[in-house]
Design a protein around this ligand. Structure first.
Ligand SMILES: [Zn+2]
Ligand SMILES: [Zn+2]
Length: 178
């Protein structure tokens, strides 16, 4: 959805306040689409800040339905959105692009809500997701959850190339193979 900010330029001090449910079912992360859960509306406020400047604020907290980086179990993580930024609408799209401006979500005097939120989610999403701090992951050989104790596999494969292949194989499997 797009919000037209034009009226804020003509009337500084005026503000637009809205609650929206973003049309953003997933976030692309490391080549995969990770589902996003929007339990509550996001609050967006846009306020004229003098001249052609507009102050944008957002509040929300969607849940990223991620999986644990070590054991692949579900590990949902809430990503807080709590930002205020000032944008300058006097610049044309070409000027912003030439400057490598980091506001690709502005199109003329329109704010693209989903594009803005996507940028913020990427900034705020954790680099690593674990189901819990001390997750021990799964055995690369038999796929057993190491939280349940040692599985008895030989943990030092003789050939390191084989170990790497097993890692890839295990990561690609949802169910352990025996
Ligand atoms: Zn885990
Ligand atoms: Zn094992």
């Amino acid at each position: 959805m797009r919000i037209l900010l034009l009226e804020l330029l003509e009337d500084p001090g005026k503000s637009l306040e809205m609650r929206v449910r973003p049309d953003l079912p997933s976030l692309r992360k490391e080549g995969a689409d990770v589902p996003l859960l929007w339990e509550e509306d996001v609050r967006i406020t846009a306020r004229g800040a003098g001249g052609k400047k507009v102050s944008l604020s957002i509040e929300g907290a969607p849940v990223l339905q991620a999986s644990c980086d070590r054991c692949l179990r579900p590990a949902p993580v809430r990503i807080p959105l709590d930002e205020t930024e000032e944008v300058d609408l006097s610049r044309t799209e070409e000027e912003r692009l030439a400057d490598l401006d980091e506001t690709p979500y502005l199109h003329g005097a329109e704010l693209d809500v989903e594009e803005w939120i996507t940028v913020l989610l990427h900034l705020n999403a954790p680099m690593k997701v674990l189901c819990r701090e001390d997750c021990r992951g799964i055995c690369p050989i038999c796929g057993a959850d190491l939280a349940d104790g040692p599985c008895g596999c030989e943990m030092a494969p003789r050939d390191p190339r084989m170990a790497a292949a097993l890692d890839v194989f295990t990561a690609a499997q949802e169910k352990p193979q025996n």
